[in-house]
Design a protein around this ligand. Structure first.
Ligand SMILES: [Zn+2]
Length: 120
């Protein structure tokens, strides 16, 4: 192997190493994002499960309570609204567009108009 060729090969190898390092750090960032997303989703899932259990146990309590169907029916609608409003205030979307996902502290116009409609 001539010296010139050897130098070229070394430089080429160095470039490949740099490119690999670049790809590796991009991959690392990607994994970090994935882990973050995964944790967010797990937390969200846990919240939703708890909320669902609460809602289900409330519904069961109500059906245990009673034979007079009509008042319970109107109560349901009010409580449905309260639950949605609470969910919204706890930081979750209740709108059709993003239902159940975390609001990240921002108000959502879809949610607000949906809650307004439910309340009127
Ligand atoms: Zn929303």
């Amino acid at each position: 192997m001539k010296d010139r060729n050897f130098l070229d090969t070394v430089m080429e190898f160095e470039q490949q190493l740099e490119s690999l390092q670049q790809q590796y750090s991009e991959l690392k960032q990607f994994v970090a994002h994935m882990v973050e997303d995964h944790q967010t989703l797990q937390t969200e899932n846990l919240h939703l499960r708890r909320r669902l259990e609460e809602l289900l146990s409330q519904t069961n309590d109500e059906s245990d309570k009673g034979n007079n169907d009509k008042p319970a029916r109107t109560l349901d609608i009010g409580e449905g609204y309260d639950n949605l409003a609470r969910l919204y205030h706890e930081g979750f979307h209740v709108c059709h567009v993003h239902f159940g996902s975390i609001r990240k502290g921002e108000d959502c116009l879809f949610c607000l108009s949906f809650l307004n409609k439910q309340n009127s």
